[in-house]
Design a protein around this ligand. Structure first.
Ligand SMILES: *[C@@H]1O[C@H](CO)[C@@H](O)[C@H](O)[C@H]1NC(C)=O
Ligand SMILES: *[C@@H]1O[C@H](CO)[C@@H](O)[C@H](O)[C@H]1NC(C)=O
Ligand SMILES: *[C@@H]1O[C@H](CO)[C@@H](O)[C@H](O)[C@H]1NC(C)=O
Ligand SMILES: *[C@@H]1O[C@H](CO)[C@@H](O)[C@H](O)[C@H]1NC(C)=O
Ligand SMILES: *[C@@H]1O[C@H](CO)[C@@H](O)[C@H](O)[C@H]1NC(C)=O
Ligand SMILES: *[C@@H]1O[C@H](CO)[C@@H](O)[C@H](O)[C@H]1NC(C)=O
Length: 306
């Protein structure tokens, strides 16, 4: 961020309490600094009725980033992060925010002890991550976010936001290796989380499973035998289909890498030993009679591997 700053604006940005709402209002809707006029009676309404979410220009984004950097007021920080996140849904703004040095400013907020702020920062980063150049800057947060996801309360909004960011950062193969040491933890989260968490972890694991460079890490990970319950016939298809696709992807990668017999010995208790064991074969045979045609098809595609 550069350029001369309006001293009056900076002062306004630092005013807490009632001034806080006005500040965001003014940033997003108000006239230019030199001509600004206080209209606090409208500002609070504007904040709560959502009209502060409109698309900002580069100058307004710069001010918003400066505000985010300079205030400690959690209400302002949260509103600023939401506004930035919404603006980051537009590709031109994704580039502008990066060029203004905004990614580390948003990224620092994932260290907030306030889960509500942390979640909004993760959401904003997630929207910013839909841009390859931004991903280069966001990659430094991948491992800290992994650590956080395991420490967060199970199934919390902040945990889900972290998982979504990790999923978006694994859409390409470029940063997947950063997750190598967290696979066992992710598999554990897959088994302990509720439906929403399971689906999000599966999306992430599915991305990893398409990359032959990740196959060995996935198959050698230690996992509880309850993993196989993901292949029970009564599991919701949203989860069952993804769990089957995970298996299919791993099969395909093994085929690319050579035959099953040429694999390094995978330890007892590894994902490999579960997937290619007799219990799993039995589950696949049962799923070949499943009422959902897609489930049936995937189970049949996997079966000849036994
Ligand atoms: C929000 O409130 C302001 C001030 O009352 C009003 O001018 C504006 O139209 C409202 N916006 C929406 C989206 O309701
Ligand atoms: C966390 O931030 C929210 C949103 O700004 C705020 O309402 C809440 O009071 C903060 N919590 C703590 C413990 O500071
Ligand atoms: C992120 O982008 C989506 C659209 O891609 C938008 O619906 C959402 O409100 C944006 N904001 C946040 C904070 O995630
Ligand atoms: C990445 O995250 C954004 C915002 O949450 C979402 O709209 C988008 O679909 C995601 N992209 C991919 C490829 O998953
Ligand atoms: C998972 O838990 C979260 C937090 O309690 C809840 O909001 C969400 O609806 C749950 N999802 C499912 C599918 O049960
Ligand atoms: C990762 O998953 C998303 C959807 O969740 C998908 O669009 C993308 O193609 C996947 N990428 C890879 C490398 O598997």
């Amino acid at each position: 961020m550069g350029g001369a700053r309006d001293a009056g604006w900076v002062a306004a940005g630092l005013v807490l309490g009632a001034g806080a709402c006005y500040c965001i209002y003014w940033l997003t809707r108000g006239p230019r600094p030199r001509r600004r006029r206080l209209r606090p009676s409208r500002s609070a309404e504007d904040l709560t009725n959502g009209s502060y979410d409109e698309v900002l220009n580069a100058e307004q984004l710069e001010k918003l980033l400066y505000l985010l950097e300079s205030t400690d007021d959690p209400i302002i920080v949260e509103k600023a992060l939401v506004t930035l996140g919404n603006n980051a849904a537009f590709s031109t703004n994704q580039a502008i925010i990066r060029e203004l040095g905004g990614i580390p400013i948003v990224g620092n907020k994932i260290n907030s002890l306030n889960h509500s702020i942390k979640e909004k920062a993760l959401n904003a980063l997630n929207n910013l991550s839909v841009n390859v150049e931004n991903q280069v800057k966001i990659k430094v947060y991948v491992q800290p976010v992994c650590e956080d996801v395991f420490a967060d309360p199970l199934n919390s909004a902040v945990q889900l936001a972290g998982l979504r960011l990790l999923t978006n950062m694994t859409v390409t193969n470029d940063y997947q290796h950063l997750l190598s040491s967290y696979i066992t933890g992710l598999l554990h989260l897959l088994l302990t989380g509720n439906g929403s968490t399971k689906v999000q972890v599966l999306k992430l694991l599915l991305n990893l499973s398409e990359n032959p460079a990740m196959t060995e890490g996935l198959l050698s990970a230690q996992v509880d035998a309850s993993f196989l319950s993901l292949y029970d016939g009564q599991i919701t298809s949203e989860i069952l289909l993804r769990a089957l696709t995970l298996f299919q992807n791993l099969n395909n990668c093994l085929r690319v890498k050579g035959c099953l017999a040429a694999q390094p010995p995978f330890a007892k208790g590894s994902l490999f030993s579960l997937l290619y064991g007799e219990d799993c074969a039995q589950k696949m045979r049962a799923l070949a009679y499943h009422h959902d045609a897609d489930v049936k098809e995937k189970a049949l595609a996997i079966m000849p591997k036994f």
